[in-house]
Design a protein around this ligand. Structure first.
Ligand SMILES: [Zn+2]
Length: 331
């Protein structure tokens, strides 16, 4: 396993993180999932997890330096991802009075197998934690226009997100997190699965890239191509053998960004259509509508204040620079 970890860390020649994306993911079947041992988290692993989260938090800038993509934002996304994942594994509309195997089978089928895949659940939360590591506050378009070293390294594609994955993965591979890694994945198959899930979830947070947008729409087609959106009954769950489209996995991690940018309606509709997230659709739609209403009322004043703060900040910096230059000339 150490060799595979090493190989993933080094990466393949001419291959970026983005090239690792895949459209369809096969989930464990029900029988196989039932056989996997349930494991308790040891105090050693808990300590390493705490240390890892601490370490990752240092890769985020403070609130006054980066007003949005900071650790507060990431904590919010982690909480949302975790809440949505809990909704998936405890769905409504299940007859919980049946015997436990039948209950588990019904939940397995109704959630595309997500309920039987704890590795996927942890990958979603892990991805949420690391998805904005070392964010500079600039958009990918700005990083590309500036020609930053990262933009060059990632060939002007999904720059910030690929950088986040590489940085966080490198930390996870440090020897001090050995037991944490062994708790996340216990063999090479699980390592590859975890990495694939994490890469796809983090890349999905780049909502501006046109290719990725088309890719996500294609994922959605793959999941629901046999049904028109209007015909999808969220309670209709006979998808036992249907592979999970990564479109479903994308939802928890990307939703936060879209709620913030107002691109929520179609994706919240998607959340409802796939049915996996239960009542969360209504909850998120309400929050998004509330946010929009608040922006309509306060938005103009907030933007005007942000603009005047920026003007003042940069005018001050400019004045300081000019003074420095004048001092240098006088000397
Ligand atoms: Zn984010």
């Amino acid at each position: 396993m150490a060799e595979l970890e090493e190989a993933i860390l080094e990466g393949k020649e001419n291959q970026d993180v983005l090239d690792e994306m895949c459209e369809i993911l096969h989930m464990p079947d029900f029988q196989q999932a039932q056989q996997s041992p349930s494991s308790k988290i040891s105090p050693v692993v808990k300590a390493q997890l705490r240390a890892f989260v601490d370490r990752i938090s240092l890769l985020y800038e403070s609130l006054d330096k980066i007003p949005f993509h900071n650790f507060e934002h990431v904590s919010h996304v982690v909480m949302s991802a975790s809440k949505l994942t809990n909704r998936i594994v405890n769905p409504n509309g299940i007859d919980y009075k049946q015997n436990s195997t039948n209950v588990a089978l019904q939940i397995h089928n109704s959630t595309y197998g997500i309920s039987s895949d704890p590795l996927l659940q942890s990958a979603i939360v892990f991805s949420a934690l690391i998805h904005d590591c070392k964010h500079t506050g600039l958009t990918n378009a700005e990083l590309i226009a500036l020609g930053t070293p990262e933009a060059i390294k990632y060939h002007n594609k999904t720059v910030a997100e690929q950088n986040s994955v590489d940085l966080a993965w490198k930390i996870l591979m440090e020897s001090k997190y050995k037991d944490l890694r062994a708790c996340i994945y216990s063999n090479e198959k699980e390592l590859v699965h975890f990495r694939k899930l994490m890469v796809n979830a983090v890349m999905a947070t780049d909502i501006a890239d046109k290719d990725l947008k088309a890719y996500r729409e294609n994922c959605w087609e793959l999941a629901f191509k046999d049904k028109a959106e209007k015909d999808i009954d969220p309670m209709d769950r006979d998808r036992k053998n249907q592979p999970l489209s990564l479109s479903t996995l994308h939802k928890p991690v990307m939703l936060h960004t879209q709620c913030n940018t107002g691109q929520h309606t179609r994706n919240l509709m998607g959340l409802y259509m796939c049915g996996v997230f239960g009542v969360s659709y209504h909850e998120y739609l309400n929050y998004a509508k509330e946010n929009r209403k608040e922006w309509e009322m306060k938005g103009q004043a907030i933007v005007a204040k942000m603009k005047s703060d920026c003007d003042a900040k940069y005018a001050k910096q400019l004045a300081l620079k000019m003074n420095e230059q004048l001092d240098a000339i006088e000397e």
